[in-house]
Each structure stands twice: as C-alpha cells, then as structure tokens.
Design a binder for this molecule. Structure first.
Ligand code: 0O2
Length: 226
C-alpha cells in the first residue's frame, strides 16, 4: 500500500497526469470528482437498503437471516488514480465514470452458498437494477482459489431535479469465502510475490473452506427437513 502511494505521488507521474492542463482544469475536475463520489455514496446507500429489505423479508418467510453482514466501501481517490493509470485511461471525472465500475462497492456476506444465489435472483429481479456484468468465481474459482460472485449493476439515484444512473460492484461471498479472501488479500494478493509453495498452500485452504461451506449447507438442509 505504501509502495502504491509512492508510485502515485511520484513527480514524473504527476507531471504526466496533469500534462497540458491548467489551473481551471484542476479546480473543475476536483469539484466534479467530489460530486461524483457523493453520487456513488448515494448509490451505495440505495443498494445497501435493497439488501437489508431482502434480508428482513427472507427472515419473515424462513425464520433465519441469509445475510450475515453487508460491508461497503467507496474507492479512494488515490485508488482511482492508480487504476486509471494502470489501465492507461486519461484521468478525468468523465472517464472515471465511464470506464471504472468498482468505485462503489458493496459486499454481501451470506451464511450458505445457496443463499447467495437466492439473494442474487431477488436483487436482479428488481426493476431498477440493471445487470451490466457478472463473474461467477464460485462456479469457476480463480486459479489461486478465490471464490466470490461479482455483479456490476446500474441503479438510479434520485436527485432534487433529476435521476442519475450509477454503477455499483456487488460481491457476494459466504463467511468462509470472505474469511479466506480477507486473509489472502492481507497477506498475498497484489503483493507481487510468486512463491509456488505458498500459493499452493493458500489454494489448499480455499478448497478446505469450500468443502466446509458445502458440509455446513448439507447440515442445515438436513435440519430443515427434520
Ligand atoms: P480491492 O483492494 O479489494 O479493491 P480489476 O477490477 O480491473 O482490477 P477485474 O479482473 O476486472 O480486475 O476484477 P475482478 O476479478 O472482478 O476483481 C475485482 C475485485 O475482486 C478485487 O478488487 C478484489 O476485491 C476481489 N478479488 C479479485 N481477485 C481476488 C483474489 O485473488 N484475492 C482476493 N483476496 N480478492 C480478489 P481490487 O480493486 O483488485 O482490490
């Protein structure tokens, strides 16, 4: 992380970033970015509310909550600059809105794998949620063992005089998937290491946690039958 920041504030990087730009550009862009970030924050609130409602309603019908936790995050401006730079996108509020899809992120942690797909279905059935992209790393885990269901959706936010469509990345995980991904993120992901033994051990842990998920789900289903 420190390494990333040094890279962002590198003098040459900043010179290139704002090459041929005047003071007016700085002022206008910083205001536009601040406005955009507020809209993403609103979109996060809208999506979080939808999941809270689904959770409440599901618990009425099934007597248990399928969602354990909802965690949300707004990508930092440093993170946005780093990503536009990495993807070779010229930095501007317009490009950020057009090309980056993960500025608003909502992570939904479910109890069991089947709950993920039940909640996904109800969420996508809502008439103000538009699916842009879906990556199912549960059915097709990443080679390192990463499991999660990713959706990029578009949803409206209602402003004082208009409606604005905003993109939100939703990641669904079980508690076990989140446990693995959170630790792997902290100790390995994007650290630039390529240690075969460590990679294989992390992958083993991912398999163990996937088996645990299925076993726990099986137990719950047997209890439901009883
Ligand atoms: P952070 O720090 O969590 O915000 P891109 O988004 O373009 O870089 P891609 O392939 O389009 O990459 O996105 P993908 O595969 O949908 O993954 C995006 C996010 O999923 C990541 O965000 C992570 O949060 C998570 N993720 C993906 N792969 C892994 C993995 O191997 N390990 C862990 N722990 N998390 C993963 P960021 O912005 O990369 O990181």
């Amino acid at each position: 992380m420190t390494q990333k920041k040094e890279q962002i504030y590198d003098e040459k990087f900043l010179t290139d970033l704002f090459k041929n730009k005047n003071m007016e550009f700085f002022v206008e862009e910083s205001m536009a970015i601040r406005e955009l970030m507020t809209y993403y924050e609103c979109a996060i609130m809208e999506v979080e509310t939808k999941f809270n409602v689904l959770n409440k309603e599901f618990s009425l019908r099934h007597d248990r909550n399928p969602i354990e936790t909802i965690k949300s995050r707004l990508k930092s401006v440093e993170g946005i600059i780093e990503k536009t730079n990495r993807k070779g996108i010229p930095f501007s509020s317009q490009n950020v809105e057009k090309y980056l899809t993960d500025i608003a992120g909502v992570r939904v942690i479910c109890a069991f794998p089947k709950d993920i797909y039940a909640i996904r279905e109800s969420f996508l059935a809502q008439d103000d949620i538009f699916l842009i992209e879906e990556k199912d790393y549960i059915q097709n885990p990443k080679p390192n063992g990463y499991r999660s269901l990713h959706l990029i959706v578009e949803t409206p936010i209602f402003l004082h005089d208009s409606k604005k469509m905003m993109k939100v990345e939703v990641q669904f995980r079980t508690i076990a998937m989140d446990f693995w991904a959170s630790l792997e993120h902290r100790i390995y992901y994007k650290k630039g290491k390529n240690d075969r033994e460590l990679k294989s051990e992390l992958k083993d842990c991912a398999e163990i946690s996937a088996n645990l998920d299925l076993k726990m789900q099986g137990i719950r289903e047997r209890l439901d039958e009883d």
